[in-house]
Design a protein around this ligand. Structure first.
Ligand SMILES: *Cc1c(COP(=O)(O)O)cnc(C)c1O
Length: 469
């Protein structure tokens, strides 16, 4: 498979190089040149009891060129990636209403859906780097969950260092500790005095600094890395295959921040997944739901919410969708994004909105609604959910279509956000036993200003001291 940049000014690359490169060097994001098709009569999709790992192999294989990795090795790598998950089915589907289910994506090592992509990506990095005898400096920004999942996937791997930027004081204690208590010498946590968008901008600027990027051989684990989106496509197929027996249209409700998870759903549909539509669920930082309601995408200040991993206004992966809606015209995307960044409003929003509304709709739920959704599900079913999942449940309540089956993606374990769960129900959700000593572990991180040169020189210093000793 070949990959092209959404701004078409960067070289066309194959899978391995796309994984190592992350962001394209014209500032765009890599997407597959064509969408591989999974035919409806693929034997895997016909199985009533499809195995997650086998399904993952079928979905991922067409995105990777043959010479990169042999089938047997790929299978092994996928198998290994989902072994740390604590449920045999990997992604259990739990019924919550007569026509609604939750797809539990939080049984991985860091309790959020990001483990699905990052456990795979960490192993893929290692495979490629070992083969090429190369080293990599991974730099990422996190609103909480990406950081811990990426660090967990990369810790202790010989041929890479990971620098993770998080917004100081804006991630939960559990999230921070899941990052800062990993003391492996290749893990470097940086707390930035700013928002998640500031962290993400710093990372983008470091990528656009060619000298820095080449000197340190920088790559990304953010959802701008294609391999993450790719790995997340799998569970959409998984859920549809599990619900096939009902023979009804299925719509996915996706708690959304950076648009990576829901873009994976879009990718699945492009591959031939039989899904009715995708519902983008937002908290009060609702730029995306405003857009899917009205076509108006205008940036507002980010306000902290009970679902911090969705406190985002500029959703990187939206550019990938825009690329398709602009008929893959990279120049048009580039101009449009430039204007969006400069003026805070996406030009031509109405036209794109009318194209998008065939597949997407959007609903937002504020903090009050989030708490109510947590409480209601607990009262009705005795099930605790985290506040991000609750934003999805808030969207479910606003939907009226009874013909459709709904699958709410449950993106984090309730114990990852205990404060909101306690506020809603009075119950303090327990961490799983493998994390029960998290609050006793030693923490390590460095605090820096929201300033590109300060961050770059810190990273350079750390890396040069490593090389010298
Ligand atoms: C990252 C995250 C989201 C948002 O996912 P995107 O792919 O950024 O849209 C939602 N919920 C949780 C728990 C997350 O960690």
């Amino acid at each position: 498979m070949q990959y092209i940049s959404t701004r078409t000014g960067a070289p066309i690359l194959e899978f391995e190089d796309v994984v190592l490169t992350g962001l394209a060097n014209d500032g765009g994001l890599y997407v597959p040149k064509v969408w591989p098709q999974i035919s409806a009569d693929n034997h895997i999709l016909d199985m009533d009891d499809v195995d997650y790992v086998e399904l993952a192999f079928e979905i991922i294989r067409p995105y990777i060129e043959d010479k990169c990795i042999e089938d047997i090795k790929l299978k092994c790598l996928i198998d290994d990636s989902y072994k740390p998950f604590k449920r045999p089915s990997v992604a259990p589907l739990v019924q919550i209403e007569s026509n609604a289910w939750m797809l539990e994506l939080f049984h991985g090592p860091t309790l959020a859906f990001k483990d699905f992509a990052l456990q795979f990506l960490g192993r893929m990095f290692e495979h490629i780097l070992t083969k090429r005898d190369k080293r990599l400096t991974i730099i990422g920004a996190t609103s909480g969950d990406t950081g811990s999942a990426a660090i967990e996937a990369c810790k202790g791997r010989d041929n890479l260092d990971i620098f993770m930027l998080h917004p100081l004081g804006r991630v939960s204690d559990v999230q921070r500790r899941q990052m800062t208590t990993v003391l492996d010498s290749n893990v470097h946590n940086i707390a930035i005095e700013g928002t998640f968008d500031d962290c993400q901008d710093l990372v983008k600027e470091m990528f656009n600094d060619a000298l820095f990027r080449d000197d340190l051989n920088v790559s990304a684990v953010n959802s701008i890395n294609w391999a993450r989106v790719m790995a997340q496509i799998v569970y959409y197929f998984y859920a549809v295959s599990r619900l096939k027996k009902y023979d009804r249209p299925i719509s996915f409700i996706v708690p959304t921040g950076n648009f990576g998870n829901v873009y994976a759903g879009y990718s699945a549909i492009q591959m031939g997944l039989n899904a009715a539509n995708l519902v983008v669920a937002s908290n009060h930082n609702d730029i995306l739901t405003r857009f899917f309601e009205t076509g108006d995408m205008s940036i507002m200040p980010v306000k902290p919410s009970l679902s911090p991993s969705m406190d985002i206004q500029v959703s990187s992966n939206f550019e990938r969708l825009l690329f398709d809606f602009y008929d893959r015209d990279g120049e048009a995307v580039s101009n449009s994004i430039k204007m969006f960044r400069e003026e805070g409003v996406l030009p031509g929003g109405n036209k794109i909105h009318s194209l998008a509304s065939n597949i997407f709709s959007g609903y937002s739920t504020n903090d009050e609604g989030t708490l109510l959704a947590i409480k209601q599900l607990y009262d009705d079913r005795g099930v605790l959910v985290d506040p991000h999942t609750a934003v999805g449940l808030g969207a479910l309540k606003q939907l009226k279509n009874n013909e459709t089956l709904h699958v709410v993606l449950a993106t984090a374990h309730p114990a990852k956000f205990p404060d909101a769960v306690k506020q809603a129900t009075g119950i303090n959700p327990d961490l799983p036993t493998f994390l029960s000593d998290l609050y006793d572990r030693e923490e390590r991180f460095t605090k820096l200003n929201n300033n590109l040169s300060a961050v770059e020189s810190y990273i350079r210093d750390v890396m040069s001291s490593k090389i010298h000793c």
